[in-house]
Design a protein around this ligand. Structure first.
Ligand SMILES: [Zn+2]
Length: 452
């Protein structure tokens, strides 16, 4: 029966044209039609053997979320996170596709042989569709074209130290070399943009005070790096994407570059949109990430950047570690926030408070990331797309209990928060994969870039 045609209906289906009551027809893992709500009424009274009807009532049918920024760390640092646990947490949170970052695993994804190692490890562990970014590091420009041909979605680089020795940052010459090579095959460079000189010049204090940590990663470090990157992208007519934008000060220059036709996009993350520097307790390094969570007025400006379209994606930057690495000293604790399972309710909780709709959230967390990576069959409830869904009860609330999270190390900056939006189920290519956070089946595939 599992391969029989399926129809899902809800009084609230989020489509690219807005939310409406609709019936979604699925066959062979793809959406074949989005029909009026009443279209299959006859099935409700007497479902034919050849079709299954999933009546979702008033729960919202969203396109499955696409998270293009996940550090899975497998192999090599599997005790931090692995493909089995990361994709399990993602599925429980309504994410049906993730792209893995090229660093924190050993080996890093910096040549084709390393990509194959990572794919071999991920195969059989993926609860959701899983693809890979490549990495651009000093000396590997000659590997990038082959990695592109092997199916990575683009290349990540750092402009300041990454935190791990095996993934060094690019200096200005190295950045130009890598971007020139990537532009030659019209690939995509995704960039951790903090300027190393600005970071070196900032006051560095050890200890547990969040204010000291925030002062060590100033906004100017982001704006300077982004300014340089945008100039280079314009000069080379190259495609660049700014990862985890925290400093809203950079928004005017990004918006102006976009208006002038520079091919630059930007993402931000749930923690920048929902947590503020003012509320981080001293010593609470579960809130540490780089760039850092900034002040409330900065957060307001990031929401404005989403509202006006300058920022097109909200993705997790899930970057976990073992509990012991989250020491109470902000200067030495591992930087990274784990939020795969919580990103949707966290963002929705704040979005609704600010008057945004779930269609906005779907655009930022599904359509936007899918477009960034060229995932043409993901990101929307529309005919021809994969039948990937998240079913959400947006009015229901829950309080975050770290012990109920599915990622490997149950550290979270959201512990104890009450959030709006309970993920009832996730569906991947027409099969229900979770039910109230419990995994039903593991049908994820390894995916590769297929567009030119
Ligand atoms: Zn990251």
């Amino acid at each position: 029966m599992s391969d029989a045609p399926l129809v899902l209906r809800s009084t609230r289906v989020s489509t690219p044209e807005g939310t409406r009551a609709a019936t979604v027809a699925v066959d062979d893992g793809r959406i074949t039609d989005v029909l009026p709500y009443e279209a299959y009424d006859r099935y409700a009274s007497a479902p034919p053997d050849s079709a299954r009807l999933a009546d979702l009532g008033d729960d919202v049918l969203l396109p499955g979320l696409v998270d293009t920024h996940v550090h899975v760390n497998d192999p090599g640092r599997t005790e931090w996170e692995g493909f089995y646990t990361a994709t399990r947490a993602a599925a429980a949170g309504g994410i049906t596709t993730l792209l893995d970052m090229p660093l924190n695993s050993l080996p890093p994804t910096t040549d084709v042989a390393n990509l194959r190692v990572k794919q071999d490890v991920a195969r059989g562990k993926a609860h959701i569709d899983t693809g890979f970014w490549g990495g651009a590091i000093p000396g590997n420009a000659g590997e990038l074209r082959a990695l592109h041909a092997a199916g990575v979605y683009g290349f990540k680089c750092f402009l300041s130290p990454s935190g791990v020795d095996e993934f060094p940052q690019l200096d200005p010459d190295g950045l130009e070399t890598a971007l020139t090579e990537i532009a030659a095959f019209d690939g995509l460079l995704i960039v951790h943009a903090e300027d190393p000189d600005q970071l070196a010049a900032a006051p560095q204090r050890t200890g547990g005070r969040y204010a000291d940590f925030l002062a060590s990663r100033p906004r100017d470090a982001e704006t300077d790096a982004i300014t340089r990157l945008v100039d280079l992208a314009a000069k080379l007519d190259a495609r660049v994407h700014i990862l985890h934008l925290s400093a809203a000060d950079a928004l005017p220059l990004i918006a102006s570059a976009q208006r002038e036709g520079v091919r630059v996009t930007a993402e931000t993350c749930p923690h920048f949109l929902t947590l503020t520097a003012e509320e981080v307790p001293d010593g609470a390094t579960e809130f540490k990430c780089c760039p850092p969570i900034r002040e409330r007025e900065n957060q307001d400006a990031l929401w404005q950047g989403l509202a006006d379209g300058t920022i097109s994606c909200v993705v997790s930057d899930h970057s976990p570690c073992t509990v012991d690495l989250k020491t109470p000293d902000f200067s030495s604790a591992w930087g990274g926030i784990s939020s795969l399972q919580l990103g949707l309710p966290a963002v929705w909780t704040e979005a609704r408070r600010r008057g945004h709709s779930l269609d906005d959230v779907a655009r930022w967390m599904s359509a936007g990331p899918a477009a960034l990576a060229g995932l043409g069959t993901k990101g929307a409830i529309a005919p021809g797309r994969d039948a990937d869904f998240a079913v959400l009860a947006p009015e229901e609330t829950f309080t975050v209990d770290a012990a109920e999270l599915h990622h490997r190390n149950q550290v979270t900056a959201y512990a104890g928060r009450t959030l709006h939006g309970v993920v009832r189920s996730s569906w991947l290519r027409g099969l229900q994969i979770t039910d109230h956070g419990q995994l039903l089946r593991k049908t994820g595939r390894l995916i590769e870039r297929t567009t030119p």
